[in-house]
Write a protein that binds this ligand. Structure first.
Ligand SMILES: Cc1cc2nc3c(=O)[nH]c(=O)nc-3n(C[C@H](O)[C@H](O)[C@H](O)COP(=O)(O)OP(=O)(O)OC[C@H]3O[C@@H](n4cnc5c(N)ncnc54)[C@H](O)[C@@H]3O)c2cc1C
Length: 139
């Protein structure tokens, strides 16, 4: 009985070490990638972190691994690429009113792509979209 308990303790100790290493490795891989691609990013040490990660539904306060603030479509693309490289779930955030806190990832440790800088409207008068409006998500 004692042996089984000791084996279990050792197993859980080793597993928690593996999980900690895996999480910090993911964070490092993600941050290096976003930095290399010059994607505007907020981390939990940033002054705007609290405002960017506050949940609308306070019962589901998930904590992302990082938040990107893309200003261009390329930044959005790079955010998704970096998340995939690091093996991190990626989630878009527009108004942030999701009851399930899905725009915070719906679970801890996701990369949130905050679209607050996508706030313009343009009108394409040319063919073939004759008169089509393009409205960004934060408008
Ligand atoms: C008080 C209140 C009343 C509501 N009333 C209604 C109602 O009457 N009818 C109704 O239908 N809903 C209602 N809702 C639900 C709300 O409208 C939806 O949750 C809606 O998605 C909120 O939009 P948002 O921009 O805040 O989304 P967010 O919370 O930012 O995102 C919601 C989901 O959409 C995804 N997403 C956001 N932006 C993008 C994007 N650009 N591209 C791809 N995915 C994206 C997110 O990842 C997330 O999964 C209500 C919510 C609240 C809080």
């Amino acid at each position: 009985m004692f042996r089984i308990m000791a084996a279990r303790s050792v197993f859980f100790y080793l597993m928690s070490g593996v999980l900690c290493y895996s999480a910090s490795h993911q964070q490092e891989t993600l941050q290096d990638c976003l930095l290399a691609k010059a994607v505007p990013t907020s981390l939990n040490s940033s002054s705007n972190w609290g405002a960017l990660t506050s949940a609308y539904n306070l019962r589901l306060p998930y904590t992302p691994i990082a938040v990107t603030l893309p200003a261009t479509p390329q930044h959005v693309s790079d955010s998704v690429t970096c998340a995939a490289t690091a093996g991190v779930k990626v989630q878009a955030r527009s108004g942030g009113h999701s009851y399930g806190s899905y725009s915070l990832g719906g679970k801890n440790g996701s990369l949130v792509v905050d679209l607050q800088k996508f706030n313009s409207i343009s009108l394409d008068k040319g063919e073939p979209h004759h008169g089509s409006p393009f409205i960004q998500t934060q408008t």
